[in-house]
Design a protein around this ligand. Sequence first.
Ligand SMILES: Nc1nc2c(ncn2[C@@H]2O[C@H](COP(=O)(O)OP(=O)(O)O)[C@@H](O)[C@H]2O)c(=O)[nH]1
Ligand SMILES: [Mg+2]
Length: 277
Amino acid sequence: MPEVAEPGDAARIAVIGKPNVGKSSLVNRLLREERMLVDASPGTTRDSIDSSFRYEGHDFVLVDTAGLKRKRSITGAVELYSVVRAVRSVERANVVFVVFDASVPFSAQDARIAALAHKSDKASVVVFNKWDLVEKDSMTAVELEKSMKERVPFLHYAPVVFVSALTGQRVSKLPGLALQVLGESRKRVPDEQLLDVLRRATEKRKPPVTSSGHTPFIKRARQTSVEPQVFTLTVSEAKAFRKAYILYMIRCLREAFGFHGAPVRLRLRAEKGKRGR
Ligand SMILES: Nc1nc2c(ncn2[C@@H]2O[C@H](COP(=O)(O)OP(=O)(O)O)[C@@H](O)[C@H]2O)c(=O)[nH]1
Ligand SMILES: [Mg+2]
């Protein structure tokens, strides 16, 4: 089995989501519930609050991308500003909690904010808050998760949790999930196992034959980065592996190694020559 790396220094968790989804309530509940608050100090930006806490021997800094109160008449500006703020805190984070309001329909702005976590290659947890307001018989967790994944397909790899900052339901699961996705994002995979998984993937489903009539193949594969997970494949012809095929290989890597909650990237580079092990 691949070795799971332990997080070293304090891991930063950015809590993002559009205004009013309950980010601040969630942060407050988490710190209160777990009685793990060590220190709360104004963040580097005037409008964010960094809170340090310790969970199962690991240090975290929780960053609430908190709200500036502005007049309703300039809603557009508030929305824009909330995205700018979220971008900044996501860049500095190790883990992102992407918070949605489970009691209202999923919106385009939800999707835009969620895209930040994916674009920045951060380990992510999807948090549906205000679960206490949801009529459980009309809208189940499964349906909500499904509609979110249709709108935000790139977050399909993230664990999803349904919580209530109001009642505290399942809020205590959050630190463990943060630790889990961070571990997945830092997991190391031995070269031979990696090549083995990829070769089996190409045997099961052959990459399309190139215009010159060759079946492209993988010569070497290495994990060239963790957090984010990046794999560099040396292949016979880089262009021969199309996007759909690259997504297929990523799916095979996830099946073999997990990487639950962690983004995975493949880099392909070509090297001419004969096949050889
Ligand atoms: N019913 C319910 N209300 C919530 C929950 N979490 C937050 N709220 C309410 O939603 C509103 C916005 O919460 P806030 O934490 O300020 O959201 P933020 O803008 O994302 O930080 C407040 O009126 C909260 O009391 C929840 O889990 N259930
Ligand atoms: Mg807030």
